[in-house]
Design a binder for this molecule. Structure first.
Ligand code: ADP
Ligand code: MG
Length: 599
């Protein structure tokens, strides 16, 4: 066969180039909102129909375009933002390649209505209709200053691309994530997002990122956010070409994936695994392995120290000096976490804590109680019967050899039905009953790894699973069986639960448990098989421990409290729970006396 070189006609070449910029509806949304922000809009309305496959419309109150600019803006390389490559060094806008509108117009039907801020109030604006990058209609129209772009029938010229779109839910998630990141970096802009005419997001202007986060996330999560205090940036401004600000979650918050971690460079959202790694490094010893914090971090940096031109969608960034930024992030995260923990402690504990110089004080805070904690065995082994109602696994634990009657911890009682107080060896020790019990159960499950016998349930529960998670769950069914959970597929996407581990008797929601595990598989299944096995089992055990443990607010008997004290003493990692929270604090008699000025 003889091959001949052909030059592709421009409209075909454009369609191919469009594929680099626009792979899915969310990319159109992103490009249009970026243009609106570049035009200094303060109100941006986004109307989506059928997850963007049918229509994406963005209306802004920015500076708009003149008729001449409107006619030019759909041409390839039409940009008002740079004139030559050297301008890239100083660029402060999102756009600069001048290819977004040209690409969008190559693969959809576009209607543009715009009026420039240079026009008089009663001047008319312009309306242009493009299909396949060819101008179909042009008209003058009464409109307000700003731009209204409507993109219909996306990918109608590239049916193959359309076929590769993901499920509606996935495409919608990508759109909401794209909008959320703009919301985070532009708190003073009013965004409204509507899907099929229903309002999904409405963020009136606010002053701070924290207020913006509260508009976007659930209230509970935002309670765990702390501002990053980048004092170094203020002090060393001259020697450092960047500054870091934003919010990170404290040690009481974690997620199974990195979806709550956002980095912005000069207000532009970027994906950079090295930055994420440096953040997670800051949480070492604070969050358990494979658990992730939430963070919204802004890095302001001289434009000439970065290259954002390396990725067609401008989502990645290259730093001239990545090491310095990564070190600064890790350091700042540690410092912020440290400050948060220490501010919650009394001045005395703080002194002790800073000496230790560790984010979550483990060993040192209980230094005086690490000598053998000996409990009079008869005090809790004998009277189990009346405590079985509350939480049976507390009694199921260990059989202790009878100890010598010396050096006993003296149980003081509980406060707020949450903390167990006891005295030992001139120390006041406070245990968080949930965190401690969770650690005890976690260690127990880890030890009896692969050895759980399930109990057949009388009325099997049926759980509907999202298609994208179903395959993962079925592939890893044997992991669940090892934990005593047996299920089968029922119909297309329902699971029927046949057996449960004994601890699920206590009203633990198997549905919540399975769905959480499904997310974990979805997020981690691509990692090395042995590591996945280890992490997944840890995950299941942490979940079971968390769900099975007594809760804050549960009323415990004296025997149960004593049992927790003695069990905690015996387990590994007893100073933090499976989620990284401390299980106990202690104050020495000496510290208390100093506090009350007795010495
Ligand atoms: P870029 O943003 O890289 O310059 P685009 O293809 O996204 O390229 O846009 C081309 C040009 O059209 C922009 O440079 C800008 O001058 C103009 N433009 C696009 N959208 C808007 C808008 N919403 N408001 C004002 N001008 C716009
Ligand atoms: Mg643009």
């Amino acid at each position: 066969m003889i091959r001949k070189i052909r030059i592709l006609p421009p409209h075909e070449a454009l369609k191919i180039a469009a594929g680099e910029v626009i792979e899915r509806p969310a990319h159109v949304v992103k490009e249009l909102v970026e243009n609106a922000l570049d035009a200094h809009a303060t109100t941006i309305d986004i109307f989506i129909e059928q997850v963007g496959k049918q229509r994406i419309q963005v209306i802004d109150n920015g500076h708009g375009m003149t008729k001449e600019d409107a006619l030019l803006c759909f041409l390839p390389h039409a940009t008002s933002k740079i004139t030559n490559i050297d301008d890239l060094e100083h660029i402060h806008s999102f756009g600069f390649r001048g290819e977004a509108l040209a690409s969008i117009a190559a693969i959809s039907k576009v209607t543009l209505i715009t009026k420039s801020h240079f026009a008089a109030v009663d001047d008319l604006g312009i309306k242009l209709i493009y299909t396949q990058n060819a101008l179909q209609d042009e008209a003058v129209i009464a409109c307000s200053t700003g731009t209204n772009i409507q993109v219909d029938d996306l990918f109608y010229t590239t049916p193959v691309r359309k076929k590769f779109l993901k499920q509606d839910e996935t495409e919608w998630n990508a759109i909401t994530q794209a909008i959320q990141v703009f919301c985070l970096s532009y708190p003073q802009v009013h965004f409204r997002l509507l899907h099929n005419n229903k309002i999904q997001l409405n963020t009136p202007p606010v002053d701070t990122i924290k207020q913006r986060v509260t508009q976007l996330w659930d209230y509970q999560s935002t309670q765990h956010l702390m501002p990053l205090a980048d004092e170094d940036a203020i002090q060393q401004k001259s020697s450092r070409s960047f500054s870091i600000s934003g919010y990170i979650s404290n040690h009481q918050f974690w997620r199974y994936n990195r979806q709550h971690i956002y980095f912005f460079i000069n207000k532009r959202w970027v994906k950079n695994t090295e930055l994420t790694k440096s953040l997670i490094k800051g949480y070492l010893d604070v969050l358990p392995a494979q658990r992730y914090p939430a963070a919204t971090i802004f890095i302001d940096i001289d434009a000439h120290s970065i290259d954002i031109n390396i990725h067609p969608k401008k989502e990645e960034v290259k730093f001239a000096n990545p090491g310095a930024i990564q070190t600064a992030i890790t350091h700042l995260v540690r410092k912020t976490l440290e400050k948060n923990v220490s501010s919650k402690l009394s001045p005395i504990a703080h002194a002790q804590y800073t000496e230790v110089n560790n984010t979550i004080p483990k060993q040192p805070i209980i230094a005086h109680t690490t000598e053998p904690l000996i409990i009079k065995a008869s005090s809790f082994l004998s009277t189990n019967n009346n405590s079985t109602q509350l939480n049976p696994h507390i009694q199921n634990s260990i059989q202790l050899p009878l100890q010598q009657d010396q050096n006993l911890p003296k149980l003081i009682g509980s406060i707020f039905n949450t903390y167990i107080l006891f005295e030992i060896d001139n120390e006041l020790v406070i245990i968080d009953q949930h965190a401690a019990h969770e650690r005890i159960l976690y260690e127990k499950y880890q030890k009896q790894f692969n050895a759980q016998q399930g109990i057949t349930v009388l009325f099997p529960e049926i759980i509907t699973i999202d298609q994208q998670f179903l395959e993962g769950l079925l592939n890893y069914k044997h992991f669940f069986t090892q934990q005593g959970i047996d299920f089968d597929l029922l119909g297309a996407k329902d699971l029927i639960i046949r057996t449960l581990p004994p601890q699920f008797k206590n009203g633990i929601s198997i549905k919540e448990f399975i769905i959480d595990a499904a997310h974990f598989i979805h997020e981690h299944h691509h990692i090395d098989a042995a590591l996945f096995k280890k992490n997944f089992n840890e995950h299941l055990h942490a979940q079971m421990a968390c769900k099975g443990a007594v809760k804050a607010g549960d009323i415990l008997t004296k025997e149960q409290m004593n049992q927790i004290i003695i069990d905690l003493k015996k387990v590994d990692n007893r100073f933090i729970c499976a989620h990284g929270r401390p299980t106990l604090w202690s104050f020495s008699k000496y510290e208390l006396e100093r506090h009350f000025k007795r010495c």
